[in-house]
Design a protein around this ligand. Structure first.
Ligand code: FAD
Length: 404
């Protein structure tokens, strides 16, 4: 007997989990999530899971803001806990002084965020220093501050969404690889898996950095480049607070960081630290040189962190698109096939709202919560994607892969 599902979702990361939860919540009866390893074994289990709402473009800021409401209200909306910590988050951008164009851009971007309903402020260095006395801010006149942002437990959140989807009737199969997509007469009719075929009229590819070769089996080309990105967890010296430091997306100093339990910090690097790799053959272990380099960047902001002790780390994948914005929408030329990929190192924070909007598009033909049109796959067919999404995009000194 051929296995069937109404909707097949390829990938058990935050996007597949969130979409399964949203589809099941909209009454789609038979949603099947196929994951080749375990839930959150891709980027969603390797992420820093920092929740930043600071964007220079409205669609992504809105997705991040709506998702934060889900992370904050998790117990009521999803059930259980996603480990949300609203410790506050600081965003820095390199600035030579108060007249640097990035200062005006930051003010404009924070104004945009406030118009969306995001709690955000531009704070002067003296106020930042008062909030975080162990940090120095002598390189920048101002930074953006979001008091409600912070981080979550990424694996708990991804598992939580999938558990809730299953409770609503969805099915999950771990250890099942989708090896190809079946299409006939211009529409998708199912998938081929390591355990045999599954017939489905709707298939969603949420396969992260592994998506491009899979989509090619249906003749769909997506410009995705998997790059390897490392993080380290370190033990803080006693000169630092035991807990309660804010999360930082510190492009001026070249790192991002957050607490990882008491006395521990997770830190990642920007600036040339990323390399394109084959997603099936990359080294998931950190390089020995990574933690010292990450601590050097972190110590530019928090001098005492130069004495931190590296504990462990890992490497994960960003699925980069040419414009560093995600690809969400119907696949061109194959009816019933949808793409939810290319989150370019900044997807976790947007996961809950992306799932909701894509479920609207699949079920009702239109995403109403946030219009997904800017994320359409077709944008790469000509040079249109080179246009900036905002007049206030920053010039960033540290390349984090993703843009703001
Ligand atoms: C080191 C690191 C730090 C990050 N920090 C942040 C951060 O602080 N904040 C933030 O918002 N974002 C961050 N990100 C980015 C964020 O984690 C990702 O954008 C997000 O997790 C992507 O989710 P996804 O579901 O699209 O992909 P993934 O989580 O990669 O999920 C894809 C899944 O598909 C499965 N799969 C692939 N191919 C197949 C197949 N053929 N058949 C079956 N299953 C398949 C994979 O095993 C995987 O589990 C970070 C990423 C990394 C790597």
């Amino acid at each position: 007997m051929i296995d069937r599902a109404e909707v097949v979702i390829v990938g058990g990361g935050i996007m597949g989990a969130s979409l399964a939860f949203a589809l099941a919540g909209r009454g789609v009866r038979d949603v099947l999530v196929l994951e080749r390893r375990t839930v959150a074994s891709g980027a969603s289990g390797k992420t820093g899971a920092l929740l930043r709402q600071h964007y220079s473009n409205r669609p992504e800021a809105t997705l991040a803001h709506l998702s934060l409401q889900t992370f904050k209200g998790w117990g009521e909306i999803v059930g259980g806990s996603c480990g949300y910590v609203g410790c506050g988050l600081i965003v820095t951008v390199a600035m030579t002084g108060p007249d640097d164009p990035n200062v005006a851009r930051m003010r404009a971007n924070v104004a945009l965020q406030r118009a969306i309903g995001i709690r955000a402020e531009v704070l002067p260095a003296a106020e930042l220093r008062r909030l975080q006395p162990f940090a120095r801010f002598d390189d920048i006149p101002v930074a953006a501050y979001e008091p409600e942002s912070g981080y979550v437990d990424a694996i708990a959140a991804t598992r939580g969404l999938l558990d809730a989807a299953v409770a609503r009737g969805a099915r999950l199969r771990e250890g099942t690889t989708v090896v190809g997509l079946h299409a006939a007469g211009g529409r998708v009719v199912g998938v081929e898996t390591s355990a045999g075929p599954v017939a489905a009229g709707t298939v969603v590819c949420a396969a992260g950095a592994w998506a491009a070769p899979l989509l090619a089996t249906a003749g769909v080309a997506v410009p995705l480049e998997p790059i390897r990105v490392q993080v380290a967890v370190v033990n803080r010296p006693a000169a630092m607070p035991r807990e309660g430091t804010m999360a930082y997306v510190d492009t001026a100093a070249g790192h991002f960081c957050r607490d990882w339990g008491a006395n521990r910090t997770l830190v990642g690097l920007g600036a040339g630290a990323h390399e394109p790799v084959d997603p099936d053959r990359y080294d998931e272990r950190p390089d020995p040189a990574f933690a010292p380099a990450a601590l050097a960047a972190l110590a530019r902001r928090m001098p005492a962190m130069a004495g931190a002790t590296p504990l462990w780390g890992h490497a994960g994948l960003y699925d980069m698109t040419p414009d560093a914005h995600p690809i969400i929408g119907a696949a061109p030329g194959v009816a019933g096939l949808y793409l939810c990929v290319g989150f370019s190192g900044a997807g976790f924070k947007k996961g809950p709202a992306v799932g909701q909007c894509l479920a609207e598009l699949i079920v009702a033909g239109r995403a109403t919560t946030v219009d997904l049109a800017p994320f359409r796959p077709e944008r790469f067919a000509d040079d249109g994607w080179r246009e900036p999404w905002s007049p206030h995009e920053y010039t960033l000194s540290a390349d984090f892969g993703h843009k703001f």
